[in-house]
Ligand binder design. Structure first.
Ligand code: IMP
Length: 432
């Protein structure tokens, strides 16, 4: 029986992971975030009430569930406290069950300034980042000049490290990016003030997870973004700055890879992408517009409109291979209702005419691929709110069956609406 489940996006993010994590948390003791930061946006709708979480794990909405933020997550302390206060205003108590790893790199105001100034300076080669300082913070971590949560416990050491690192970044901001510098004193005071609020929640996440594994507790490792935004395996350089693949769950929390029992890949019934970069199945016609409108495809973090397109099995094969997916969870099936014909991209034709089963590494190579489509009949009946597989429109079931066959994985979960209960569970991941 599975105890530790990794749940991640198998596309370019925004697959509806938050809802599935929240749903499965009914059978879990804890939810752990392992990468990314508040570039993520997980929208949960419970009893008609909408909550958007960016940093706090989606298990927050279930009383008694422990929430962990692992060392792989970059933390903006101001954002974290804003979310905690927002939850408390809605009578969700979280502080006593939230643990933040001492190793979490902190996103500081100069990271945001660098992210924005760099995107502006990049012009046509901009990535289309969320502007939250994610990339510059991860860069500092790897360059070994990053400031981590634990550093706040010693204000004197923190102050001197901050001075050093800010001298470097302000130099880059002013002289290279022709932007404004960030003020040291206000950055120091604000960080120490926020540190006082967050340090009581600092805890050794790795040890907790190992203890829970020994005592048979169940944990969901909640991915952010999606596999195609992975810094190594995604459409580089149009990616985020962390590893979004399943192995990152081990590194980003401090648990051994063999302790991860099951990997559920969440797939939207079509494809979306925010930001720039290749997207072979992107639609520029009224079908794309229809998907965007029916699916409310606007970023939960930045409010930017998402690009929409047909389902792409080539990319899902890559996700299966890189993440070792055990099964799929398909979301937003109801958004596809009412189309005469639905298309699935079964592979690509490259610029030299070769047929490809998998997307090539490299953004330019991927952008030059033409999708190869298979057409299936659509369905006019509504699948919205369906809670039993048998009740789905016949052609919707054929679409799902074909998807499962092409990717070579079972579909364990189908989501047919935003509410917690608008879900069909064919096989429970914890039983897998
Ligand atoms: P960054 O993560 O802000 O550096 O942005 C890098 C790329 O990842 C951009 O294309 C963003 O739009 C995309 N991105 C980051 N977070 C998310 C997310 O949660 N959902 C979808 N796209 C994201």
């Amino acid at each position: 029986m599975a105890r530790n489940i990794v749940l991640l996006g198998a596309q370019w993010g925004d697959e509806g992971k938050g809802k599935i994590v929240d749903l499965l948390t009914e059978s879990a003791d804890a939810v752990a975030r392992f990468q990314g930061g508040h570039n993520a946006g997980h929208t949960l709708v419970i009893n008609g009430h909408k909550t958007v979480l960016h940093l706090v794990p989606s298990g927050a909405m279930r009383e008694g569930v422990e929430c962990l933020i692992g060392n792989g997550v970059v933390v903006d302390l101001g954002q974290l406290m804003k979310e905690i206060r927002g939850l408390e205003e809605n009578r969700v108590q979280i502080r006593s069950r939230l643990s933040v790893s001492p190793g979490c790199p902190l996103i500081m105001p100069y990271h945001r300034a660098l992210d924005l100034a760099r995107e502006k300076a990049s012009g046509k080669r901009a990535i289309g980042t969320t502007g939250r300082g994610i990339g510059p913070c991860y860069e500092d971590k790897v360059a070994r000049r990053g400031i981590r949560l634990m550093d706040l416990a010693n204000p004197q050491v923190f102050a001197s490290r901050l001075r050093e690192v800010m001298a470097y970044h302000n130099h880059v901001l002013v002289h290279y990016l022709h932007s404004d510098p960030v003020d040291y004193q206000s950055c120091l005071e604000e960080s120490l003030r926020l540190g006082e609020q967050v340090l009581p929640m600092m805890s050794d996440v790795s040890s907790k997870l190992c203890d829970w594994r020994d005592s048979g507790k169940s944990v969901i490792f909640e991915g952010a973004q999606g596999m195609l935004l992975d810094v190594d395996h995604g459409s580089y350089p149009y990616v985020t700055s962390s590893n979004t693949t399943a192995a990152a769950a081990a590194i980003g929390t401090g648990i051994g890879p063999l302790d991860l029992d099951f990997v559920l890949g969440i797939v939207k019934a079509y494809t979306t992408r925010v930001g720039f970069g290749p997207f072979p199945t992107e639609l520029f016609d009224e079908v794309g517009q229809r998907l965007a409108e029916r699916g409310h495809e606007f970023g939960a973090t930045t409010g930017r409109p998402r690009r929409c397109g047909w389902l792409d099995v080539a990319t899902l094969r890559r996700a299966r291979q890189v993440c070792g997916l055990s099964a799929l969870g398909v979301t937003k099936l109801d958004v596809m209702d009412g189309l005469d014909v639905v298309k699935i991209c079964t592979g690509y034709r490259s610029a030299d005419g070769t047929t490809l089963e998998l997307p090539p590494y490299g953004a330019d190579e991927m952008a030059s691929c033409e999708p190869v489509y298979e057409e299936l009949p659509g369905w006019m009946e509504s699948s919205a709110g369906c809670r039993e597989y048998g009740a789905l429109p016949t052609n919707a079931k054929s679409y799902l069956d074909r998807l499962a066959e092409l990717v070579g994985l079972p579909i364990d979960i189908v989501s047919t609406g935003a509410e917690r209960d608008d879900t069909i569970i064919l096989r429970h991941p914890f039983a897998g």
